[in-house]
Write a protein that binds this ligand. Sequence first.
Ligand code: GLC
Length: 426
Amino acid sequence: MRKLIVSLTLAVALAMSAASAQTVTVAAGAVGQELELVQAAAARYMEQNPGVTVNVLDTPDMADDRLGLYLQFFEAQSPEVDVYQIDVIWPGDLEVHFVDLFEYGAADVVGEHFPAIVENNTVDGRLIAIPWFTDAGLLYFRTDLLEKYGFDGPPATWSELTEMAQTIQDGERAEGNSDFWGFVWQGNAYEGLTCDALEWIASNDGGSIIEPDGTISVNNANAIEVIDLAASWVGTISPPGVTGFDEEAARNMWQAGNAAFMRNWPYAYSLGEQAGSAVAGVFDVSPLPAGDAAGGTPAATLGGWQLGVSRYSNNPELAADVALFLASYDEQKIRAVEGSLNPTIMALYEDEDVLAAVPFFGSLYDVFINAVARPSTATAPDYAQVSSAFYSAIHSVLTGQEDAATALALLEFDLIELTGFPTATP
Ligand code: GLC
């Protein structure tokens, strides 16, 4: 009898550990169609791997909030989440919490991905996360309205955008749409504003906040000029509420047909073309405008998300298998075709189905490979603080609390204190 109880207890314990060992939880984004796409992918994995359960944990839309949630799991060294969707700016800040995927089979597949992203995700020779999708800022524009108001194509410079947006807005309002705005973008005080403002500054030949060599460059005349221009949009061609907008807030206004231009990531393309969208068939995308300064060129911020396996996972082998499956060719292809999420696997940019579904993956390929990186590698493990100082300074200008010259001078002091880096000699 005693033997029976012992063996029963053992069997139950084994069954329990087997059950928990066969469950993988993926913390994933839910912006646009992201959640539905990853849930469908998890279902495909489970179909191919009976006995494994893949749970998808829905996480906040704004990168800063998502990071806050992840830090709570890491702080507790929690095994609850096995795979984390991490931002392209996080490998340096978060590397201690992840296993080296080179030790879990990634070495065989990394060669398929953009080398720059693999390099970004590799810290001290350890692959912190496998690239999943990449991102770059784009200008969405209404082809029907450009034609209606006699414009040949999208604006080449920010001042052209300002004028075109104003003309279209005035015209649409005069025809009775009082909800219509010229230009929507991401102006809330969060990581998204860092992306938009880096685009303005880089496009105006104003550098990239902190340069890869570790010099603080943000306090310069070209940056000041373009940030003041952006502040002039708030309440004129952009709604006053834009200083509280994230990606989805901008997309909702755009997709309802109430904006002439939108700055957003590629994911908004496929949603804009879907049934029920007021802009289906009447919009296109282009590179963002160049700054008006001499030497101004269009600039897109590099974004994108990776999959890393937690060091605190109870089953890193299985978790890595799930991560590599989600980031595989076939899965990235589905995400590209159905969700216009940019693959990180180079060959997919030559895949006919992908190019048919999202033509600009081909026509704007250069935008994706030349995107400007945020200074996350140079400032790790303090990038999150650097970015928060930056977007707070920009936000203070957008909301009229400071002028750009004052805000960027103060920001320079903060960045020196935070990083110990020198300033760039003008
Ligand atoms: C997108 C980008 C990401 C960026 C975020 C900011 O999700 O892919 O890199 O940090 O937007 O809102």
